[in-house]
Design a protein around this ligand. Structure first.
Ligand SMILES: *[C@@H]1O[C@H](CO)[C@@H](O)[C@H](O)[C@H]1NC(C)=O
Ligand SMILES: *[C@@H]1O[C@H](CO)[C@@H](O)[C@H](O)[C@H]1NC(C)=O
Ligand SMILES: *[C@@H]1O[C@H](CO)[C@@H](O)[C@H](O)[C@H]1NC(C)=O
Ligand SMILES: *[C@@H]1O[C@H](CO)[C@@H](O)[C@H](O)[C@H]1NC(C)=O
Ligand SMILES: *[C@@H]1O[C@H](CO)[C@@H](O)[C@H](O)[C@H]1NC(C)=O
Ligand SMILES: *[C@@H]1O[C@H](CO)[C@@H](O)[C@H](O)[C@H]1NC(C)=O
Ligand SMILES: *[C@@H]1O[C@H](CO)[C@@H](O)[C@H](O)[C@H]1NC(C)=O
Ligand SMILES: *[C@@H]1O[C@H](CO)[C@@H](O)[C@H](O)[C@H]1NC(C)=O
Length: 661
């Protein structure tokens, strides 16, 4: 009876009063004080006076500025970046940017430009990046470019340009990117190409132009960083046109919705006459696929054949000793041996992601790839009852292995013995079959990252992570623990070198106070999306300076004795918890308001209780937990009653005693 009464009294005595500070500023968002502002999509018709003159980065897309002129931006002379995407700009008048000497980037994408004055871009002498995508331009003469000596990138995609003839006195000296994708360019002449001769290391993009012919010699002895002729109908036009040129990368991919001719060995002959390091032929169909198809590929370092409708690669391909990276993703292999890996003995990177059919790993299909460092077999419908030593035979240099998003895979002890140099192993979303005492990762001395998220691993197997002395990043997202609890003795005890631990979505209800005691090097723990209460924080008492994510748990009250544990961490995310904003949580709320620099996600860190404060940000709650006038009244009444009761009981006891003498 007594505790009930005193509990009632306490509740009466300490009545909470709360206040909310609201701000309803619908104006531009400040991203960095006095410097970076976002005013996107606010229906603005002018530059707001509230923006300081010191503004340097201004995102102003999706507003309404049909004409821009000298006065429009005259106050903001320190602008370096200006995004005016889709502001319905038609007219850009004389000297619009005359005082903007520091302006580096102008984005005019998606404005239906009718007129740009000859002097409109005269001010920004250091303009480096100009975006004129989807502006309705049909002729490059439209752009007042004669002053743009420092221009590094010019984006002209999605226009109606038919000739790449640049204005007479435009200097391409510093140009690095010239992007003409999705225009109406059908012909490239020697003269047009010569205007670009000054540019070194240029990336030139003709993707989505229906190029029908290239004048012989147009690219002769020119050097490029990259060339893109994606979506072209007849690849042999490009092959002939590029004779004697040099490019780091050549993108010749096809698209599903555009028609193109099947690639024959003859069409690829032209590759012998140019110097390319990396080529992309994605989505093409090959006819007469044989070793001659690859005759002119011998100097390549990278080859991308993504979604090239391949069932196998021909045997007998010769001379591909330079190839380091091969991408065979989204093809139709049945078995890994069908890629005839032995033809590419120097490979360091092999990607077979998203294979369309169920891929059988076979035995030793990659054993000739002794330099292989990275192997990506994710999303390839791989199913294996006993993985992976047979499949990965002889890959002693493998550092990166991605087997995520596959079908169930069974792992025995030391399942990766053939790849002792593995540094990263990603098994996410692949259901692993590991029977209890097995230690599949044993002896991976260099393994630093292990992703076991959604692997259905048996977390009660304490030996699961044995033999990983250097493991730093462990992802256990989406696995569950027995009874929703991480007990004192658990699988993390063997991985003392961990720095990052992800235990989100693990249906955790509690963590033993000693559960993490062997983890002393931790710097990042994600415990979000569980059902933990405030008491679980006790398990972190020995850790300092960590990033701690406790978002979306069941934390309502954090007792005062646990606050020092939070104080010693660097960043804490407590968003989406049912936090209690009554006086019973007074110490935590006070702590919260004193440590805003430690907290992230404070917009979503809100009260759940009492109902009058539901949804109010914790940082805006004002608790006054003291004795109020009403409280004093009740206290006095209580004391009075208590005294009377006391006197009566004393009297009663005395009387009783005397009666029994
Ligand atoms: C921003 O400008 C105001 C007024 O000029 C100044 O008081 C403040 O210190 C500036 N803030 C920063 C972060 O530079
Ligand atoms: C570039 O051409 C424009 C018009 O054709 C001319 O007014 C300007 O003086 C020329 N500039 C240079 C540097 O030759
Ligand atoms: C050429 O450009 C690429 C990317 O555009 C860059 O990574 C590379 O360093 C540049 N090379 C030289 C020599 O400037
Ligand atoms: C390519 O170079 C060779 C040898 O220098 C020359 O004979 C040939 O005419 C050149 N081809 C083109 C299209 O310029
Ligand atoms: C492994 O592949 C998946 C799917 O392709 C990808 O999302 C993931 O980032 C890859 N893992 C690593 C470590 O790169
Ligand atoms: C697995 O975790 C690693 C490291 O945290 C990450 O890079 C990778 O993208 C994750 N894989 C998937 C499929 O999400
Ligand atoms: C954990 O929390 C979720 C969402 O709050 C809830 O649906 C689920 O029932 C809880 N699980 C347990 C075991 O309490
Ligand atoms: C806090 O954590 C939640 C859940 O992981 C995440 O969605 C959110 O972005 C985080 N907040 C910040 C500011 O990073």
């Amino acid at each position: 009876m007594a505790p009930l009464v005193s509990g009632f009294m306490l509740a009466v005595l300490f009545s909470a009063s709360a206040k909310v500070i609201t701000s309803s500023d619908q104006m531009c968002m400040e991203k960095e004080a006095n410097k970076t502002y976002n005013c996107e999509n606010l229906g603005l018709r002018e530059i707001p006076d509230t923006l300081p003159t010191t503004t340097e980065f201004l995102e102003f897309a999706f507003n309404f500025l049909p004409t821009i002129q000298t006065t429009t931006f005259s106050r903001l002379i320190y602008l370096t970046f200006l995004d005016l995407t889709r502001c319905q700009i038609n007219w850009i008048h004389e000297d619009t940017f005359e005082s903007h000497h520091q302006l580096n980037t102008i984005v005019l994408t998606g404005n239906p430009l009718i007129f740009m004055a000859e002097t409109s871009l005269n001010g920004p002498k250091s303009l480096k990046h100009l975006f004129l995508i989807q502006t309705g331009i049909s002729d490059l003469e439209f752009i007042p470019m004669h002053n743009l000596e420092n221009l590094e990138s010019l984006y002209l995609g999605g226009n109606h340009i038919s000739s790449i003839k640049l204005p007479e006195n435009f200097s391409a000296r510093n140009l690095k990117v010239l992007d003409f994708q999705n225009n109406a360019i059908h012909y490239l002449s020697n003269k047009d190409m010569n205007a670009l001769e000054q540019a070194t290391n240029l990336s030139l993009n003709f993707n989505g132009n229906d190029i029908k012919s290239i004048e012989t010699g147009a690219f002769h002895s020119k050097v490029f960083q990259s060339l893109n002729f994606g979506g072209i109908f007849d690849l042999s036009i490009v092959m002939k046109g590029l004779q004697n040129s040099t490019t780091q990368s050549l993108w010749l991919g096809a698209y599903e919705d555009t028609e193109d001719q099947d690639l024959t060995p003859a069409m690829l002959e032209g590759l012998c006459e140019l110097s390319v390091e990396s080529i992309n032929l994605q989505k093409h169909h090959f006819s007469d696929l044989s070793s001659t198809t690859f005759r002119c590929f011998t100097r390549l370092r990278e080859l991308d054949l993504t979604a090239a409708h391949l069932k196998e690669l021909p045997s007998g391909i010769e001379g591909m000793n330079s190839l380091k990276k091969l991408v065979l993703s989204m093809n139709n292999f049945d078995q890994l041996c069908q890629i005839n890996a032995a033809s590419f003995p120097s490979l360091t990177d092999l990607y077979i992601k998203g294979n369309m059919k169920k891929l059988d790993l076979g035995a030793g299909c990659l054993e000739k790839l002794q330099n292989l460092r990275r192997l990506d077999l994710s999303h390839s419908k791989i199913e294996a009852s006993e993985c992976c030593n047979l499949a990965l035979r002889n890959l002693d240099h493998l550092q990166y292995l991605n087997l995520s998003y596959n079908m169930p895979i069974g792992l025995q002890s030391q399942a990766f013995k053939e790849c002792p140099k593995l540094e990263l192993l990603d098994l996410a979303f692949t259901h692993l079959r590991i029977s209890a005492p097995q230690t599949p990762f044993q002896d991976l001395h260099l393994l630093q990252t292990l992703n076991l998220s959604h692997c259905h691993v048996d977390t009660s197997n304490q030996h699961l992570l044995e033999g990983l002395p250097d493991l730093r990043h462990l992802n256990l997202h989406g696995n569950s623990f027995q009874d929703g609890s991480i007990s004192k003795i658990n699988l993390l005890q063997t991985v003392g070198s961990l720095e990052t631990l992800i235990l989100s979505f693990c249906e955790l209800l509690s963590i033993d106070q000693q559960a993490f005691h062997s983890l002393g090097k931790m710097s990042h723990i994600d415990l979000s999306h569980n059902n933990l209460t405030g008491n679980s924080i006790d398990a972190l008492s020995h850790l300092k300076g960590i990033y701690l994510n406790l978002a979306a748990n069941s934390i309502s009250i954090i007792p005062p004795h646990l606050l020092p544990i939070l104080s010693q961490q660097s960043t804490i995310n407590l968003s989406h918890n049912p936090l209690d904003c009554t006086c019973s949580n007074f110490y935590f709320i006070t702590w919260y308001k004193e440590n805003p620099q430690k907290l992230e996600g404070s917009e979503e860190t809100v009260c759940a209780n009492p109902s009058s404060l539901k949804g109010v940000k914790l940082s805006e709650v004002k608790l006054s937990c003291g004795i109020t006038a009403l409280g004093i009244f009740f206290l006095v009444v209580f004391l009075l009653l208590f005294t009377i009761l006391f006197i009566f009981s004393v009297k009663f006891i005395f009387r009783w005693k005397y009666q029994h003498i």
